[in-house]
Structures are given as C-alpha cells and as structure tokens.
Write a protein that binds this ligand. Structure first.
Ligand code: ACO
Length: 483
C-alpha cells in the first residue's frame, strides 16, 4: 500500500497556501509549460486516487505516557506530519514533540511526481516509465524532457527541444578564460563545480526564480552547457585546446567530439559508444531524494539562482559515498590488482577496514536495476574498446560478495557505480572525470526537482530542528581567569 501511496502525487487536494507564480505541489509536479510545447499533465490512476482517499480517513492514536493524554494524528499517503506532533507537550514550557532523524532515514521532505523507486523490488521509474524501457528506446535528451516536463515528447516537441539545447551548447568566451585559470592538474569535478557556479554571474536573469520563462531559459542553458563545461574541463586537464561544439552531432556524439577530437576536420563518434553514453546518461538522470538532490532542494529553498544551487548539488555528488563512488571503485579495483587478491580484500572489508565501493545503497536492498543495465552496456562497449582487464576483478568481487553472509544479511548489492567506471575507463575517460560524467545527466534531475520544490506551495526555506546537547547557560570568564 505504501509503495503505491508514495507513487501517487497527483491525487491530493491543492495546498491552502499559495504565492505568486506557484501552483500546488501536485499540479506543479505534474505539469510544466514549455514554449512551443504543450502542457504535459500526468493523469491520475484510479486505483491511486482510491488509495489516497482511503489514506485520508486513516489515523494514528498516540498515548503520551508522561501525561496520559491521547492524540489522534491523521495518516495520509502512509505518512504522518511531523508538525502534528508539536501539540504533544509534557507541560506548558514544553515546545512540543519533535522527530529525530539524522540523515533522513525515515523522513519524507517533499511530495514528488518525478521518480519512483521501490528499493526492495529493484524498481526505478521516471514519471511512471520503467528505467529498462527508457534505456532501451530513448535517447538522453528525450528522457531529460520527460523528467523536466512530465511526458515523453512528441516528435515535433523532441525536435524543438533538441534544437533548443543544441543552440545553447556554446560557452561565453569569458567562461573559457575562467577555466584557463585553473591549475593544469586541477580535478575536473572541482573545475566543473566552480564553473557552473560562475554561470550565475553571467545570467543575471536567473535570479528571477518565480518567472517561468526565465526558468525555461536557465534550464536549456544548463542542460546544454554542463556538457560543454565538462568537455572544456577535460581538455584543460590534459593541456589540449578547447573544442567547440559541433551542432550537427547528437548530444552524446557532440560530447565525445568535445573530449576526443584531434586534428580531423570532422569528428565521427563511434555509434556504439555514442549509444552507450546515451544509456548511461539516461540511467543517471534522476534518482529521487538522494544526497545531491536534497542539497539542490535545500539550497534552492532560499530562492537563490539555479546555477548556485547546482554547484552545491554537484559538490555533494562528488563525495565518494555518492557520485564519487565510480572513481573510488576504479581506484579500489586497481589497488586490489588481481583476482587472487579478492578474498583477502573482502576479508579486510568485513573486518571494518574500508568499504567495498560500488556496493550498497540507502534505498536499494536488492540489485540496483541500473547496475543490471550497465552490465549489458559494458559488454557492448568492450566489443569496441576491448575488455577492461579490471572487469575480472569486479566480477570476482561481485561473485564472492553475493555469496557472503556479511553482504547478504546487510542486503548489499552492486549499485550504479560498480560497473559504470569500467565502461568510462574503457571509453578513454580518466578516473577523476567519472563524477563529472555523472553530473552532466543528473543536471536534468536536479533542475526538475528544484523547480518542483519552488512551485510547491507547501515548501518553505529548509530549516531542520536540532536537539541541543551543548552546555547550559554559563557566564563569561575573563581570559586571564580561564583554567
Ligand atoms: N561495504 C562494506 N560494508 C558496507 C557497505 C559497503 N559498500 N555499505 C554498507 N555497509 C555496511 C555498513 O558497514 C553497515 O554495517 P553494520 O550494520 O555492521 O554497521 C551496514 O552495511 C549499513 O551501512 P550504512 O552505512 O548504515 O548504510 P547507508 O544506507 O547509510 O549507506 C551507502 C549507503 C553510503 C551507499 C553505503 O552502502 C556505502 O558506503 N557504499 C559504498 C559507497 C558507494 O558505492 N556509494 C554509491 C552509492 S550509489 C550513488 O550514490 C550514486
């Protein structure tokens, strides 16, 4: 029941609060207007509506054993409102009961219509479409459109969207100059984060976050320019000239061009690699309320421009426990060195000496559906590039881990990052570039989630509570009297 209730975001009544340019969470989440396109709207499933209606009648009775008082709290969409607990007080001085949930293990901070995950069953949908079907039939820009606007584009909509993105791939020459200032061996993700943040100084209209036309402009710019920034960051890190975008190529074909073009007049991407990149970008485009998306929403809740918010989200992505894991996996595989060393490595991990990078997930407690697709893509890529010798170590790690009590009881399975780095390496991307490869497509998800948050009349500036555990009030002690 909860799974369906959580998937349902379009059935509840509109929020009583509203502000100019805002719609209810439900309508904002399910529709977005694109110039020249239609308003995409998600139709409610009847069974979800029925489920939501039932939810509104459900309650939770709480007895406060401190006072003996009983409270009836309403349950909606399988959740109680944390603010409903504030009425529960032990006495007049009491500020009311709070929930304590470090790292948000069991707290929903929003209602969202974008991505649905069932971690026990290994299910991932964007706007209701299973990831497997999207990865098989779509290209990245088509999926970005779906994530951003709620529906798959028609042929004319896709053509217009692709043209729009293509027209925005060029970077201002000042951005190029800014990037030239980075140290020759600067980490490309550091360059990426700084440069995306710097775009806010160029596009001053981005501050108008409640102006839909402005948001649409920033959206197109961001989706297009993150790939160019990534391309320039790579070329800078290897000391080669920047390659201007080639608008005749597809999004991923042009990306390969900006990275790998040498002296040839026209770069021709390998179609297998171009398609593999599309699939990888689709798989990474959104993943509901993960660490970086939460950062995006939290920064955005102060109504700052989206470039600043995406710089923050990308910084969160960089960490080795999140999108930086793909780089960490490769370093781990190289450190293990050979298949024979795998059992000893697993033993060390089980003893608490490090983690098996690319394994485990906060939400997936079965095989990450993206990892399954990536394994298939790896085979296709290796046919072109030759087999990555580290693959044998990865397969052996997976084989042993999946049979080992430690990993079984903790429900630790390969996640999206376990095999993606192997593909990126085989395609010629350096290890420290892997997190950038993650950030390019995730920009679509971050933007969609940011906009959904902005248009949700229930959202306010993010500001969690705390349980204060510091010293009680005490008087100042002069410096010479301190012990
Ligand atoms: N290797 C070994 N043990 C692990 C691993 C791992 N990769 N992941 C979790 N565990 C163990 C923990 O030690 C803990 O054991 P304990 O109960 O004996 O203390 C238990 O499993 C639960 O782990 P938590 O850290 O509480 O799980 P959490 O949900 O907080 O962490 C995370 C999820 C960060 C992804 C974790 O599994 C991890 O560090 N994985 C490796 C890094 C990685 O691959 N990150 C990419 C995730 S996908 C993405 O962000 C795109």
């Amino acid at each position: 029941m909860c799974a369906w209730a959580r998937a349902c975001v379009c059935s509840a009544a509109a929020s009583p609060r509203s502000r100019p340019g805002c719609r209810s969470a439900a309508s904002a989440a399910s529709s977005r207007i694109w110039p020249g396109g239609s308003t995409a709207a998600i139709a409610c499933r009847p069974n979800i509506d029925q489920r939501a209606a039932r939810d509104t009648a459900e309650t939770l009775t709480i007895t406060d054993n401190r006072t003996g008082k009983q409270y009836e709290i309403s349950i909606k969409e399988c959740a109680i409102r944390a603010t409903d607990l504030r009425q529960i007080k032990a006495g007049p001085e009491d500020g009311g009961l709070m929930t304590y949930d470090p790292a948000f293990l069991n707290t929903a901070a929003c209602r969202s219509a974008i991505t649905y995950i069932n971690g026990d069953k290994g299910i991932l949908w964007y706007r209701g479409y299973p990831i497997e079907q999207l990865a098989e039939h779509c290209n990245y820009l088509e999926v970005a459109y779906l994530i951003l606007f709620g529906e798959l584009p028609t042929e004319p909509q896709l053509t217009k969207w692709t043209d729009n993105i293509t027209q925005h791939t060029l970077l201002h020459e000042n951005v190029k100059k800014l990037m030239e200032g980075f140290q020759y061996d600067a980490h490309p993700m550091g360059i990426f984060i700084s440069t995306v943040g710097a775009l806010s100084t160029l596009y001053r209209d981005a501050k108008q976050v409640f102006d839909q036309e402005s948001r649409n402009r920033q959206c197109t710019r961001l989706i297009a320019k993150v790939a160019s920034i990534a391309g320039y960051a790579y070329r800078h890190s290897i000391g080669r000239n920047y390659i201007y975008p080639d608008n005749d190529l597809s999004f991923t074909g042009n990306f390969l061009n900006m990275l790998f073009k040498m002296t040839e007049l026209k770069y021709q991407p390998n179609p297998v690699l171009e398609r593999a990149l599309d699939v990888l970008f689709i798989l990474h485009a959104d993943h509901e309320q993960n660490c970086s998306t939460t950062v995006m929403r939290n920064i955005g809740s102060s109504h700052v421009d989206p470039y600043s918010a995406i710089a923050g989200a990308a910084a969160a992505l960089w960490g080795p426990l999140h999108g930086g894991a793909n780089e960490a996996v490769l370093r781990m595989l190289e450190a293990i060195g050979s298949k024979q060393n795998v059992p000893a490595f697993i033993k060390r991990v089980k003893a608490g000496d490090g983690r098996l990078m690319g394994f485990g997930h906060r939400v997936y407690k079965s095989y990450d559906p993206r990892a399954k697709i990536i394994k298939r893509v790896a085979d296709q890529v290796f046919e072109v590039t030759g087999r990555n010798p580290l693959l044998d170590i990865a397969l052996e790690l997976e084989r042993i881990a999946l049979e080992d009590e430690y990993f079984i009881t903790r429900k630790l399975y390969p996640n999206v990052d376990f095999y993606s780095g192997l593909i990126y390496q085989a395609m010629g991307f350096p290890k420290d570039f892997f997190p950038v490869m993650f950030a390019i497509p995730r920009t679509a998800g971050w933007f969609a989630q940011w906009e959904e948050m902005l248009l949700d009349a229930e959202q306010k500036i993010a500001r969690p509570r705390q349980i204060y555990v510091g010293p009680r009030r005490r008087d100042f002690v002069a410096r010479e009297q301190r012990k």
